[in-house]
Write a protein that binds this ligand. Structure first.
Ligand SMILES: [Ca+2]
Ligand SMILES: [Ca+2]
Length: 134
């Protein structure tokens, strides 16, 4: 009975983190889309220039969850379209279980973290989209 209850709590924690991470990824994508629609030049200032490209996840402490993104212009000389990938990684069960490749939650792929060697932070919550000048 106790084991069942404990498992239930773990599953509940896990789905809560997944919900918060999903909501945050959508919220960040929406924020980027609004900036692009309002003043496209701000995309460079607010999202391309900053390093590291990280953000906190509302509802989860920064010590246990971190959002990060990559943003690349389709044409570097005349950027009118940016390809964006948002990834959110987090730790569960008191930091013992990492969800996503960024195990130390610094928004950067450190040696040994890129398990599939694709150069991207793979995560349970990942959004890929493009933002364009209108
Ligand atoms: Ca890392
Ligand atoms: Ca990867």
């Amino acid at each position: 009975m106790l084991l069942t209850f404990t498992n239930y709590l773990i599953i509940n924690d896990s789905s809560q983190a997944l919900n918060l991470a999903t909501n945050m990824a959508v919220q960040k994508a929406e924020e980027m889309r609004k900036v692009a629609m309002t003043d496209f030049s701000q995309v460079q200032t607010l999202y391309v220039d900053p390093a590291p490209k990280i953000f906190a996840v509302d509802g989860l402490p920064p010590t246990s969850a971190m959002g990060s993104y990559t943003i690349a212009p389709d044409d570097a000389l005349n950027p009118a379209l940016y390809n964006v990938v948002i990834s959110i990684c987090w730790l569960e069960r008191g930091g013992r279980v990492a969800r996503g490749e960024d195990k130390n939650l610094n928004g950067v792929l450190d040696p040994g973290e890129d398990l599939d060697n694709d150069g991207q932070i793979d995560a349970p919550v990942q959004l890929a989209f493009a933002i364009a000048r209108r």
